[in-house]
Ligand binder design. Structure first.
Ligand code: KIV
Ligand code: NA
Length: 272
């Protein structure tokens, strides 16, 4: 059963959120029983091979969200508003959000930050029945201003900005707030202060939910990320499997009789 916004807000057990970008990933997440799927603009890194999320365009998020929707028709689906789609004025933000929702089948949108512009848009969207998820702490879309992909909220000003931002997003009507890459005890404080759920990534154990990127959970790329846990090594397995296929083709070990179709002798004889 697909969760509703009140189900999410009132959830008493930890909310499980994962990103997905395609049909197979969405099906896997849905079958695994996750609560929420996010079509993150991390697709810029994970799918498109860019070093940041800046090049991700609205059409890209729409395209991937449509596909994910088909793989997970009954899971609450959130789509990221990508870089530049909600910072050029309220009208643009509204227009882009409506387009994203209508063309992709998302149930909600997520925006980064708690600037006056983001809060204004959140307020208008929430008031008009469009569920908005907030996102504070590390903001990948504008991380260049945060000194790169770094932990946020470690000093007093930074910690206060995270707390105030989350409270302001709730006040503006956000139904949940992602906390990315902040100290665990700060995340705990924010979680205690908010009545809507916090969804953590690199934010410790005390958030009301957790989110991870599909590729990080499955170990699709090399390298270690402190905030993620690799529950599989699919990247290495995929490379090994493809290598085995290549070897078998070269050695004429694949395909075998089992993979081949038959024709009756008398039919073939007529061709000789
Ligand atoms: O784009 C993304 O994957 C995200 C999550 C990490 C929260 O925004
Ligand atoms: Na994102």
């Amino acid at each position: 059963m697909k969760l509703t916004v009140p189900d999410i807000v009132r959830a008493e057990t930890p909310l499980v959120m994962v990103t997905a970008y395609d049909y197979a990933g969405a099906q896997q997440a849905a079958r695994a029983g996750v609560d929420l799927i996010l079509v993150g603009d991390s697709l810029g890194n994970m799918v498109q091979g860019h070093p940041s999320t800046t090049p991700v365009r609205l059409e890209h998020v729409i395209y991937h969200t449509e596909i994910v929707r088909r793989g997970a028709p009954d899971t609450f689906l959130i789509a990221d508003l990508p870089f530049g789609t909600y910072t050029t004025g309220l009208q643009d933000g509204l227009r882009h959000t409506v387009r994203l929702m209508q063309e992709s089948g998302a149930d909600a949108v997520k925006l980064e930050g708690a600037t006056p512009e983001v809060l204004d848009l959140t307020r208008v969207l929430a008031r008009n029945g469009i569920p908005v998820m907030g996102h504070v702490g590390l903001l990948p879309q504008t991380a260049v201003n945060q000194g790169g992909l770094k932990v946020q909220g470690r000093d007093e000003d930074g910690a206060r900005a995270v707390l105030d931002g989350a409270l302001a997003l709730q006040e503006a009507g956000a139904f949940a707030v992602v906390l990315e890459a902040i100290p665990a005890r700060l995340a705990r404080l924010v979680t205690e202060r908010l009545s809507v759920p916090t969804i953590g990534i690199g934010a410790g154990l005390h958030c009301r939910g957790q989110v991870l990127v599909y590729h990080d959970i499955l170990g699709i790329f090399e390298g270690d990320k402190k905030i993620a846990k690799r529950y599989a090594e699919l990247g290495a397995q995929a490379t090994a499997a493809l290598g085995e296929y290549a070897r078998e083709v070269r050695e004429r070990a694949f395909p075998t009789r089992e993979n081949s179709f038959v024709i009756k002798d008398d039919v073939l004889d007529k061709l000789y």
